[in-house]
Design a protein around this ligand. Sequence first.
Ligand code: SAH
Ligand code: SF4
Length: 439
Amino acid sequence: MNVYDSERMADVLRPLGYGMADGPEDADFVILNTCHIREKAAEKVYSELGRLKEIKLARTGAGGAGMTIAVAGCVAQAEGEELMRRAPVVDLVVGPQAYHQLPELIARTARSRGERLAADFAPEAKFDALPKARAVSGCTAFLTVQEGCDKFCTFCVVPYTRGAEYSRPAAAVIAEAESLASQGVREVTLLGQNVNAYAGGQGWTLAILVRRLGEIPGLDRIRYTTSHPRDMGDDLIAAHGEVEALMPYLHLPVQAGSDRVLKAMNRAHTAESYLRLVERIRAARPDIALSGDLIVGFPGESDADFEATLDLVREVGYAACFSFKYSRRPGTPAAAMGRQVDEAVKTERLARLNAILDEQRHGFDRDTVGKTLPVLFEKTGRNPGQLIGKTPYLQAVWVEGPVSLIGAIAPVHIGGTGPNSLSGSLTGSPAAAPSSEAA
Ligand code: SAH
Ligand code: SF4
């Protein structure tokens, strides 16, 4: 979502004459778009600011025009005041629901440092104010359809940094998707902190939205992320079996495999209910690639609880999965819980979990060897003549092929697996690209 937000900030600033710089050294204005989900992400902001401070000083010292530094995103939202205090190099902070007001903030900062616009949650006002036109390059794009969270998992800052659940009206989403398709976008990933809780008014659910977007000419691939198991409706499960454009890949975080831990996390599902849900999804779309998020070392997690997570992972069989050490976030209920788990224990559990997840991912990749899969080519590879694309299962694949295939979907015979990607060879001619697409 930060990638989407960054692109939209560029859209907001373009009418003021701003364009993309190659790097901070050439920039008059630098925005750090930040993440607050784990301590490590939040701390990174300060090390980045240290680096930017050097660049800013070098520019000013050399009689340059100076540089304005803004911090955006969830760290700005949660720690705006502390940021301004700890890092005098920062000129302004702006939260994730207020960045449409950047032009006004920049003008005010020119008069006095320390402008801060973070506290109000008004996603509706933001989306209404953002320019309708998006300038995109490339054949894939993100599209935010839902923001915020009302679920309050006890470990998580999102409900505090992004605010309450909000869904954009379906008409606005459809218009944005049509505009993307007209610019050559062939794959759109619908975004939301709880994207499957989407409720776009007048009965619009994510399933209905996906079906409608699947009718847009040129938009051949639809993905969505991130989903909560609780909001996985029957209509959405059915769509996975019926909508051709909906890719067979689903990110469905479970977090843990022990019911005791899931309850303490306030997840509102059990290991068993998650497994039954997975069964129903696989019944609708047998080849679906499943992904998820897992946390190790939640307060009070015993060896037996952790073993339950491993059991669940073995039972599901993930194609790809993200795993995290529990990070104690200020202001969340879990941060105040007793029996915090030792860092060394977390490290050891994460390593054991990752060994299984890596094995599952490689197993999933190996199973695609010998198959012919449609690949959407996104860019050139590291070596001359190489193209990189994605399979329907979100695996990266490289082939030898002409640059003209970028933006096209072509059948690829998968020949082998590497640590992070597959290799393959082109087997036939690409599916026709839409006429609106640039060559
Ligand atoms: N809404 C999504 C998740 C959004 S946050 C969902 O409920 O599934 C992305 C992931 O970050 C979470 O799934 C969780 O695994 C991880 N995460 C969130 N807070 C965390 C914390 N305090 N420590 C470690 N991981 C965390
Ligand atoms: Fe965080 Fe997701 Fe839980 Fe919401 S549902 S509190 S975003 S982990």
